[in-house]
Design a binder for this molecule. Sequence first.
Ligand code: PLP
Length: 390
Amino acid sequence: MKKRIYLDNSASTPVDARVLKAMMPYFAKKYGNASSVHFFGQEAQSAVDIARKKTADFLNCDTSEIFFAGSATEANNLAIIGVVRKFINEKREGKPHIVISKIEHESVFQTVKYLSEIGELEYSLLPVSKDGIVLIDKLTELLRGNTVLVSVIHANNEIGTIQPIKEISLLIRKFNKEIGKNILFHTDAVQSAGFLNCDVEALGVDMLTLSGHKIYGPKGVGTLFVKSGSNIEPFVLGSGQESGLRSGTENVPAIVGIGVALDLVKKERKNIGKITALRDKLISEILSEIPNSKITGSLEKRLPHHISISFTGVKREELVIAMDLKGVAISAGAACHSKALKASYILDALGLSEKEKESNIRITLGRKTTNEDIKYTLKILKETVKKLRQ
Ligand code: PLP
């Protein structure tokens, strides 16, 4: 087999060598607990402080508004459970109401669904167009007097579409003004952080989630930005790390890693055009050379490295496996879905036909993708789709 080609960068990215180098000392040399008062502890604490500053700079917020967690999944849980707990603890009347889009990541969707099932909240789903963009006009109809939170993903992992976060924020602020409330607005920026501006002021969000391993940083670290004064309480209780919002000894190497990874995202922005050009080349060649292939979701409002595409008549699991046997790693939707082979609620939300859904795959390029990779992928994809269709 030729060398293996990795085109699943939305599932995870390799740790950048510069990130790894920065992390290494914090495993076995500078191993102190950031909460300890002695030299070793202070050494770890100052590394966490530096990472917090880098993260705050990336998001254009204050360091006191950055909270590190064990993953983006946990950070998303914190955003939702934290707001609900606050509502309950304040003994406010009724149940809190949350609006999420129909194309949220499972860490948002399952959390909201579970809390609703145990009777702790009510929720509404904001629909999307067939292009995978939220129908912003419908939001006003969904907001209520007891709405405490709106959560809309910045860019979707499965179909790559980019959502109008600023416009949604303006709408929520207008509603807040009219009814004298403070509905919080959260966005999951896990997939967008590597490519789009995540300035929280410009986006107008109260909370924002990041993940280390989608931006060439380590797995097992997430960040939640929480605008100061937001109504939120912790759900991981213990020794009160992270200003009491997320207890648990700080994962110093991983926190150092996400800080450096975010710095590098800014430096690497100049190379995004190269990735986009390769992606666009692959899209146009697939569309012209593989009959009955169809892009899923908007082509314009899409992450620059992302392809979501259907090949009618092919089963997506079979295609992913056949491609892997030829050395090309792509995925059937989101990483969590592809193993479980579950139907995708994201594709359902777009109203795709059964044939489109069952044949939909995701190809996501990365910093290391080359022209040769794209050429080989096209060749193998053409052969494989043809073979599976026979
Ligand atoms: N949100 C989005 C949009 C994702 O794509 C992912 C990972 O697949 C997550 C959240 C969860 O991130 P983590 O793996 O850090 O828990």
